[in-house]
Write a protein that binds this ligand. Structure first.
Ligand SMILES: CC(=O)SCCNC(=O)CCNC(=O)[C@H](O)C(C)(C)COP(=O)(O)OP(=O)(O)OC[C@H]1O[C@@H](n2cnc3c(N)ncnc32)[C@H](O)[C@@H]1OP(=O)(O)O
Ligand SMILES: N[C@@H](CCO)C(=O)O
Length: 389
């Protein structure tokens, strides 16, 4: 695998107490694209201890640009784990009680096989020669990891956004392996508008002359400008108009007056430039193409003859769906249609819509109502599973 940039460090060396582990399956991964991925590797982290009955495992699925560093310092950014507010000893997902697994998805760029990995056929990075990866492929790979642990049934699978898509895919493809499921700020398909935004981002990457048809590593280049623009556009969709107004309004950035030029006069411009610049330090451009494509292709109803309820036929999994009022990327209607389908399938399902102006990325923030919903759902599922408090 090609190292992304100087900021990237050796994960294991950085965190001896909580190392990134690597799993290499001894059989190939059958991809929806019709080919086999072999060999392949999953980078993952675990927190807590698997009990003797192997009944306390929680799989956390990350979003578009997330990673396995869910509950401990991210060695690439030096920031806390992306759900460290939620997961850890004594926290809502209490790792002194549960065994938490979080893996970097296939196609990603934090240690699992992705477009920056070496293609065994050429000895060079795959680039666009990596087959398209789907949400179902990601889940099939995670299943091999779960099998590797000898876990028959996951106590819970949870995640937001693209993580929520994986949760729904798990519950649909392997219902007997999932006791409870918590899909947050997600939907059973990617909408036309969402595909449109992703296409803008991909075109920004591909228009960067440093992209070189995806073979930029071989040229010693990276399409940083294109990727930064892609992230800037995408980042707007993770927030809400109300939150942007509240945080930035029309405030000027480090100046008293407009400059009558194209510098970042406004705070919001400066903020977006910052989001774009910091993103390219931690993410690979080709991975961004693959991750966005995986979300675009996701359509659980289409995989079941157009009837979403059939994706969950006969399920015994307990579900809790969560949406946010200001999320215009995955509006509440998307969650509600999953709830309707689960009701039609006779599933056990609860649903919470949380009032907030923080938009789609509210699931990554300290949202008391979100935490209360997760806490209540996990506690009730744990009682039903016979896991003592
Ligand atoms: C689910 C997973 O798997 S994790 C996914 C990967 N991670 C992410 O997507 C996180 C990136 N997303 C974000 O940071 C999102 O903005 C949020 C919504 C989650 C964070 O929200 P908040 O905590 O409210 O942070 P906020 O949006 O204000 O951004 C803070 C950053 O903007 C910077 N910033 C704020 N105002 C300005 C400004 N006027 N000019 C320049 N930079 C600014 C801050 O310095 C801070 O920078 P840092 O993150 O490098 O420290
Ligand atoms: N902001 C998050 C969620 C996007 O859906 C991410 O980049 O993964």
């Amino acid at each position: 695998m090609v190292a992304l940039r100087t900021k990237r460090t050796n994960n294991e060396a950085d965190e001896p107490s909580s190392p990134v582990l690597r799993f290499g399956a001894d059989k190939p991964l059958k991809l929806d694209a019709g080919t086999l991925l072999s060999p392949f590797q999953i980078a993952y982290k675990t927190y807590g201890t698997l009990n003797d009955a192997r009944s306390n495992a929680i799989l956390v699925c990350h979003a578009l640009t997330g990673d396995q560093h869910v509950a401990s310092t991210n060695p690439v950014t030096g920031k806390p784990g992306w759900w460290e507010v939620l997961i850890g000893p004594g926290k809502i997902i209490d790792t002194s009680r549960f065994f938490v697994i979080c893996s970097n998805v296939i196609g990603g760029c934090l240690g699992s096989t992705g477009p920056a990995s070496t293609n065994p056929a050429t000895g060079k990075p795959y680039g666009l020669d990596l087959p398209i990866i789907t949400i179902r492929d990601m889940v099939r790979a995670q299943l091999m990891l779960v099998d590797h642990f000898g876990i028959e049934k996951l106590f819970s699978v949870l995640g937001g956004s693209m993580g929520g898509m994986q949760v729904l895919q798990w519950a649909s493809s392997f219902p007997e392996r999932v006791f409870s499921a918590l899909p947050i700020a997600t939907g059973a398909r990617h909408s036309s508008q969402n595909i449109a935004f992703h296409e803008v981002g991909r075109q920004a990457v591909m228009a960067d002359p440093d992209w070189h048809g995806g073979k930029y590593f071989e040229q010693g280049k990276r399409p940083e400008k294109g990727l930064a623009v892609a992230r800037m556009a995408a980042h707007i969709t993770y927030l809400s108009e109300a939150a942007l107004h509240r945080k930035f309004g029309r405030n000027l950035q480090d100046r008293e007056a407009l400059t009558f030029g194209f510098d970042a006069d406004f705070q919001i411009e400066s903020y977006l430039r910052h989001q774009g610049m910091t993103f390219v330090d931690r993410f690979d451009a080709n991975s961004y193409l693959y991750m966005t494509r995986a979300m675009d292709y996701f359509d659980l109803a289409a995989d079941h003859g157009g009837r979403l309820a059939d994706a969950f036929a006969g399920t015994k999994t307990r579900f809790c769906l969560v949406s946010f009022t200001s999320d215009w990327l995955f509006p509440t209607e998307e969650s509600r249609s999953v709830v309707h389908a689960l009701n039609a399938a006779g599933a056990s399902v609860s649903f919470v819509e949380i009032e907030t102006d923080r938009g789609h990325d509210a699931f990554l923030l300290d949202e008391p109502e979100l935490f209360a919903a997760i806490n209540g759902f996990i506690a009730s599922a744990a009682r039903a599973r016979g896991l003592s408090a």
